[in-house]
Design a protein around this ligand. Structure first.
Ligand SMILES: NC(=O)C1=CN([C@@H]2O[C@H](COP(=O)(O)OP(=O)(O)OC[C@H]3O[C@@H](n4cnc5c(N)ncnc54)[C@H](O)[C@@H]3O)[C@@H](O)[C@H]2O)[C@@H](O)CC1
Ligand SMILES: Nc1ncnc2c1ncn2[C@@H]1O[C@H](COP(=O)(O)OP(=O)(O)O)[C@@H](O)[C@H]1O
Ligand SMILES: [K+]
Length: 454
């Protein structure tokens, strides 16, 4: 199944879940059979009759691989196992012994159009180098499709870092839960399409993949003010604030006010004013195109010390500090890209999810750390992660997101929910806009994305 709403665990958390499962009486062999059945199902779906090379390593990832090879062969597929000689133990040894088909050393394994990678999973303990690295480079180059069991071999399961070679996958079947390493570092490119099978494990985690939200429509007694007035503070680059204001209007706000020295409005529905009335605004966005001069600094300070629910983006992120954010009495959402995040909180070490959670805890704000995997982290330790389409990597799409976050904050008054709704709608609008999108294309697709969530 697709990874939407799936739990995301560290390797240690995954091992704790497995240990609890064994303590309840499930055997390792039973769990491995479950994993292997899921792997065989996906491999058969992708192979569509082509020959399959299954790579089996020395640990339980290899155990899954041998068991999957047995199931695939029993279903009539042409299967060869390329084994990394080693000492199997426990359930993995039993799975290796139960495989009766052709087995060759990894170094001699014949190239095949479909490769199932069961070399290493979350137990990778040192870089892949030497003969193994040479073999996987050769087999990868010849393969049309690689399915990784649990995680692409060579990736650190927590950070996605690759200290040595990696067998890049076209799809990965995560077992039990998504691992943090699928979503960061080299893992972003090496994971391919991310699929998850629960393999019968009950996994609870407040760090999850972002699910499609349910959006509440306005009630019959709502009017423009109850639905939420969004204030967008403009500055040195007025286009950015206009993009944000357009997204705020299309994102379900009752009323959008754009305060800018430049009187141009992007839509007739957006109202231009010199100032935003803090008592009327349900959410205020500060930062897109604001500039960083003294005037921008004063504007930022004024909103930071206000009682308004704030979305802080772009230039404003360079004008605030963590302690002032933590002192705010009203909800705050920060929407930094990696550079803005590093300036405010320090560069995220390997695990961006951990870094975003720590930043949320310190600033007492919702932190939306944008990028190829966008992390939405809350001070209470919960987080959601989504992989937006890479076509979003173009100027101004962050301004659109910031306006959308402000719209959802005004509509819901619930900052974590607002950030999740906005990030999902933004990614969905990008898919609806299609390849080679520009930021201006996104807002018109937001209402269609919202319609899918009612
Ligand atoms: N624990 C369980 O009961 C289950 C685990 N599952 C599978 O088990 C995997 C984890 O199994 P393990 O903990 O055995 O670990 P792995 O199978 O991921 O790898 C550990 C083995 O590889 C060796 N190794 C690590 N890095 C190496 C390198 N660079 N070169 C050569 N050898 C290297 C280690 O010495 C060890 O023998 C998961 O990813 C998943 O695929 C599934 O079967 C479900 C049940
Ligand atoms: N490689 C990528 N894959 C997916 N999404 C991306 C990628 N690069 C950037 N994005 C998304 O594009 C947006 C860019 O925001 P930002 O960097 O603030 O741009 P700007 O300031 O020009 O508006 C964010 O939503 C981010 O998650
Ligand atoms: K693997």
């Amino acid at each position: 199944m697709r990874a939407t709403d799936a739990p995301i665990l560290t390797a240690a958390e995954m091992r704790a879940v497995e240990a609890a499962c064994f303590a309840r009486g499930t055997s390792q062999a039973e769990l491995m059979e479950c994993a292997a059945a899921a792997v065989a199902r996906e491999a058969a779906r992708f192979a569509r009759g082509r020959s399959i090379l299954v790579l089996g390593g020395p640990g339980n990832n290899g155990g899954d691989a041998f068991a999957a090879a047995r199931l695939l062969a029993a279903a009539g597929h042409d299967v060869t196992v390329g084994a990394l000689g080693g000492r199997w133990s426990g359930a993995a040894e039993a799975m290796q012994a139960a495989w009766r088909g052709p087995t060759v050393d990894l170094a001699d394994a014949p190239a095949q159009p479909v490769v199932v990678d069961g070399l290493f999973g979350i137990g990778l303990s040192r870089p892949i180098e030497g003969e193994v690295a040479t073999a996987i480079a050769r087999l990868r180059a010849a393969a049309g499709f690689v399915l990784a069991i649990d995680i692409a071999s060579g990736l650190d399961a927590d950070t996605g870092a690759a200290a040595g070679a990696v067998l890049r996958a076209d799809a990965t079947l995560a077992l039990g839960a998504v691992k943090r390493g699928h979503l960061q570092g080299e893992g972003v490119a090496a994971t391919g399409a991310l699929l998850v099978d629960p393999i019968g494990l009950a996994v609870r985690s407040e760090v999850r993949m972002l699910a499609q939200p349910r959006i509440a429509p306005p009630g019959s007694d709502d009017h423009k003010y109850t639905r939420g007035l969004v204030g967008v503070v403009g500055g040195a680059m007025p286009g950015a604030a206009r993009l944000a204001a357009t997204a705020a209007a299309r994102g379900g706000s009752g009323y959008v006010v754009l305060a800018s020295a430049d009187a141009r409005v992007p839509l007739d529905a957006v109202v231009h004013r010199e100032e935003i009335d803090p008592d009327r605004a349900a959410a205020v966005l500060v930062g897109p195109g604001l500039g960083r001069d003294d005037k921008a600094r004063r504007t930022c300070e004024q909103w930071l010390t206000s009682n308004c629910a704030l979305v802080i983006d772009g230039d404003a992120l360079a004008l605030v500090d963590v302690d002032s954010l933590a002192r705010r009495p009203a909800p705050t959402i920060l929407t930094p890209h990696a550079g803005e995040f590093a300036r405010l909180f320090g560069p995220p070490a390997g695990d961006r999810i951990a870094a975003a959670l720590e930043a949320a805890r310190r600033s007492k704000a919702i932190v939306v750390l944008k990028g190829a995997a966008t992390v939405i982290a809350a001070p209470d330790g919960s987080a959601r992660v989504v992989q937006p389409p890479a076509w979003l990597s173009t100027a101004g799409t962050g301004d659109v997101l910031a306006g959308l976050v402000a719209a959802r904050l005004a509509a819901t008054r619930a900052p974590m929910r607002a950030a999740c709704e906005a990030v999902w709608l933004h990614a969905r609008a990008a898919r609806l806009a299609g390849p080679a999108l520009v930021a201006d294309d996104l807002p018109m697709h937001i209402p269609h994305a919202i319609a899918e969530c009612l």
